[in-house]
Design a protein around this ligand. Structure first.
Ligand code: ATP
Ligand code: MG
Length: 180
């Protein structure tokens, strides 16, 4: 089996900015800047022979390049047990279009449709069920976070190997975003 997801790679400059958000909360597992990315579709474990079909389907996705801005910080989880601390993404129609096309391509390739609505984000830390009270001052201090707008010219199929010291991601294939 191989664990796959589709994501956008972030420019170094943006990851540098994000790494500036990775301090000020004790007892959390911060994401290494090199591992920061924006997931468009989590595929999960699939049989290895499906990989070429997934690759073929993704290579047929046509979408134009666009710019993205990251903004704000927030958590997933509930008030008593926050699980993930993340940076948000400014609303972007092109991102939704791309995500919809990737979803259609993957369903066409035989994967089950993703029933959940994607909430675009960049994971900054994993929290192991922390009380939100402990995060309030961090969230307030960083509420005004906003990255520069950065251009995207491709999306990436990654494999993910879950290891003891966290997941290791490897790009399996890159797909250009074609200017219209
Ligand atoms: P770990 O699971 O060890 O904490 P990870 O979550 O980074 O590491 P994966 O679980 O392989 O590694 O996930 C790869 C990417 O897909 C990450 O961006 C993760 O947030 C996202 N992801 C994982 N599971 C889901 C899911 N069920 N729905 C949406 N995105 C997911
Ligand atoms: Mg995970």
């Amino acid at each position: 089996m191989i664990r796959l997801f589709v994501a956008l790679e972030l420019p170094d400059r943006v990851r540098d900015r994000l790494s500036g958000l990775c301090n000020g909360v004790p007892d959390v597992r911060w994401v290494e800047p090199a591992n920061m990315h924006l997931t468009l579709r989590f595929i999960g474990e699939v049989e290895e022979p499906l990989l070429p079909e997934i690759d073929h389907a993704l290579s047929n996705v046509r979408s134009s390049g666009f710019s993205l801005t990251l903004e704000g910080v927030d958590i997933f989880g509930d008030r008593r047990r926050a699980r993930t601390l993340w940076a948000g993404v400014q609303g972007c129609e092109s991102l939704k279009v791309l995500q919809g096309r990737i979803e259609s391509a993957l369903v066409w390739a035989g994967l089950d449709a993703e029933p959940r609505k994607l909430h675009p984000h960049v994971t900054l830390a994993r929290l192991k069920g922390m009380k939100v009270d402990k995060l309030v001052s961090y969230l307030q201090a960083n509420a005004a976070f906003r990255s520069e707008a950065f251009p995207l010219s491709e999306f990436v199929l990654y494999s993910s190997s879950l290891g003891r010291s966290g997941a290791v991601y490897a790009p399996e294939a890159r797909y250009p975003l074609i200017s219209a």
